[in-house]
Design a protein around this ligand. Sequence first.
Ligand code: HEC
Length: 133
Amino acid sequence: MIRVTVLTLTTMLMVTAVSMRADPPGARRRDASWTAPSDASSRHNPLASRPDVTTGGRKLFAQRCGACHGDDGRGSDRAPDLTATDVQTQSDGALFWKISSGNTRTGMPTFSFLPELQRWQLVMRVREVGRTP
Ligand code: HEC
């Protein structure tokens, strides 16, 4: 009986170890096929010249996004790294669109319920985490 239990435990540990190794290291992988429509991507960020609004964005990000993306935006097993080049090279409009519409298929919630200016503040915060080494 004890031997069976030990054997079961060993097998479980081995399975866990193998499945952990199979996962990509670090943050969850992004969905490269999820792209913003071009009219959304070309939208102008009304806060682009207002770096002072980042403080509000920082607070909002910690409240609404940190649980998945991490307070520093570097991602977790729940959400991808927002400092990645593939994210940072997208336009402000594209990021705004993604934050607004979400991707229910992959677990990115929609934040269209937040006032537009707060969503632009979040875009500014995503830019800030991208600049932070
Ligand atoms: C419940 C977990 C969760 C929360 C909370 C969350 N996200 Fe996400 N987010 C995700 C997942 C999962 C993806 C990956 C979606 C994909 O690639 O299809 C994602 C993708 C994104 C992307 C697109 C990245 C890319 O690869 O193009 C942005 C931008 C983003 N999130 C910003 C935010 C912001 C800003 C907040 C807070 C307002 C937030 N997210 C809150 C889970 C979350």
